[in-house]
Design a protein around this ligand. Sequence first.
Ligand code: PMP
Length: 379
Amino acid sequence: MPTPIYLDGHSTTPLAPEALEAMSPWWHAQVGNPHSPHLAGMLASQAVERARSDVASLIGCDPQEVVFTSGATEANNIAIRGTAFSAVERSIERREIVVSAIEHKSVLSSASSLRTAGFRIIEAPVDENGVIDISVLERVVGEQTLLVSVMAVNNEVGSVQPLAEVVRIARAAGALVHVDAAQALGKLPLDCTEFDLASLSSHKMYGPMGIGGLFVSSAAPVRPLPMLFGGGQETGIRPGTVPTPLVAGFGAAAKLSRTRLGADAAHSRALSAVFLEEIRSRQVQFFENVPEKERVPGSLSLRFPGNDAMSIIGRASDRIAISEGSACTSGQITASHVLTAMGYTQREASETLRLYFGRYNSPTEAAEAAIVLSEIVRR
Ligand code: PMP
């Protein structure tokens, strides 16, 4: 049976061959803890620092501002909880954290967990396209705001957020800015030096799973406290042995993404256009939840009225790998908080599919996916 066409790049992307190659020696042939003082350790340390430079170049910062973590979930936890605890420790009196209503759960849950520590969490709404409402943000960010956390690109619907405006509003109020950039890395140019903190994930940009990073600006007035305590690695913000193979893979993926940024975006945009043209030609009724001008290239959030997304996914699964717009929590299907925040009903959310056309997809695959979906939906 042929392998299904993989179109679920918002969940995870295939590993770039270059990343696999960069990791390969560090799994076996070259042994060494990057924190050891001997030659083997020094070689591992050099590989880690090379990768740090490559990740830093992708986001426009200094290598020393990159802290390796296990992924964006951990980076989001450190950015939000670590900053809040740091503020408490330093007797900074601001006790409000503002997030968008469509953040990843690791941001929303990190923020809510701080309620018991005396923080007020304010969720700024988004419009029907999944873009944060700047006028509301302007009203809710004020002198009590410690941190504003807004994602660069949403992982469920692909909407791109107006970060320049977010930064302007936060700075005017003297608040810190955190950006969850997990879905923007390698898809959009990103200059993290505008922010105080930014979360990165390797497996959303053709690198290995289990590795990511937190950008911590050297200019940030408050540095987050660690969530773990140990040997003081990664400037004490994230102790634990740095995993050389994963970091080497992340670095190689970052280097590749930097050189391919424009080409990858153009390719992704072209493939989603092929898909849309093919499916439209088949008279299938569907709606695009996010218009092209608001979404990251290659991402599609589509609603097929009268069709249950989970049932489409099940029937298509031996031919295409796609994802749904509702989250399955404890065995119960609940409407996605992202689609709900955009104003969709539970039913509309349950009719929504999420697709992503990435670097390793071809136009033939895009057309084939449209054929498979239209056959299922029409049946
Ligand atoms: N933030 C966003 C926007 C994401 O899409 C994801 C992954 N789904 C995460 C955070 C968590 O990333 P990781 O898997 O690296 O922990």
